[in-house]
Write a protein that binds this ligand. Sequence first.
Ligand SMILES: Cc1ncc(COP(=O)(O)O)c(C=O)c1O
Length: 502
Amino acid sequence: MPTAPPPVLLIPQVLLEATLQRQAGAEPLQRQLHRRLQQAILAGRLAPGSRLPGSRALAEGLGVSRNTVIAAYEQLSAEGYLQPDRQGTRVAALARPAAATARGRRGGEEGLAPDQPALAQGLAQRLAHIQPTGAGTLFGLPLRPGVPALSHFPLAAWRRALDRAITQAGPAALAYGEPLGEPALRAAVARHLSVARGVRCSPEQVVITEGAQEALSLCARLLSNPGDRAWVENPGYRGAKAALRAADLTLHPLPVDREGLCATEQDWALHPPRLIYVTPSHQYPTGAVLSAARRLQLMEQARRHGCWLIEDDYDSEFRHAGESIGALQGLVPQAPVLYVGTFSKTLFPSLRLGFLVLPEALLPGLQGPLGELLRGGQRHSQLALAQFMESGEFARHLGRMRRLYRSRQSALRSALQQHLAVPHQIEGGQCGLHLCVRFGPRWPDQAVAEQARQQGMAPSALSGFALPPGPADNGLVLGYGNTSSELFAPLIQRLSRLMQAL
Ligand SMILES: Cc1ncc(COP(=O)(O)O)c(C=O)c1O
């Protein structure tokens, strides 16, 4: 039996309906026609196998030049949407994604993105409850936590270090580097950590990462299985929770008091973890320091239960009071600790360089997988940073910044004492770039933070770090790193006024 000829469309109705824009500045007609045809094919309004009118007929029908139609047909043929044959041009047989049809019919759009419910799967679903912080837009505002003094960064010295690295390493360093990082930087980081933080490590244990965030993700992905339990501090760092959740871990929040993370015998017995995330030297955001007794207990229990501690030592270089507190990792030999650090506070966040120190025992098992997962990029920056550290420029910068942050913190403290007219309690401040201020529920912190943003300040609401927030988690995390001392008095006066008006 002869097969029926495919339907012949003289001028597809869909094209006649589509008005081409002809005003000055409009997209070229050929591109408009190309897109209309492409969308009609993807949405199924031009069926596979259907024959298109000849270029002359379509040009007349649409009132465009024949060349315009020929060029659009040629491009669609080159892209595989049309198939020219001896009798003319047909629509190619394409496997269209089902979502395109549904969406096209419903909304009149022919996009190929899956519908929203399909998006809320996997990683997106695990992170869906997290409220956006608008972080990018807020970094420049005063009182934003975690931002170092950007205008005090020695850009000229950094440019010289970059110039030197580019001149010395040349185009060869444009290729992929060692996956675990430039050897010169790994060596400089190992030296710095052993002197400044008491970390026990060789350069081989150091992995250069894209900030602490990548280091946290690597720890979670390499050392746990989906569904495992991870302990986190409550309140605690959102970035760590996101990394652990993204690895499909179940978070078990543990309270934090003046001695840092509180883990009871019951927690160990009933909810044993695979990973424990801690900020022992300066708990984020409360500023507590994990006491020596708890450090030893935590390590002993971790060893007994075969789990790993992830120590995030994000801002300890800026110690303002008392003796320097050594890293947990260096407290005992062969500690069950993965040590994470960053240059986001010591230098600047957009550098996106941080590091992970692997326990010696994990080296043989992890070097191979890390070699597969990482690519070794930002080589000129890594080499410049190695020189910056080796030349003493890094240590000088840290010294200058420590003095600056100390004076900024003291200006913020006196502004709070003099001008914050609601009962409050200041916590932390032995280290770093922020203070934590708690106040009563009469002033809900999310509302205070929102009002503050409207008035050009970006403190963070303490409750945003809690899981879930309790009545005591009401307050503000105030950054002083990137705010000049003389601004604190007027800023805190403004904050006080808006709180009183709530
Ligand atoms: C607790 C904590 N860890 C780590 C970081 C730094 O992360 P990254 O190196 O990814 O910029 C921050 C930054 O705010 C932080 O607050």
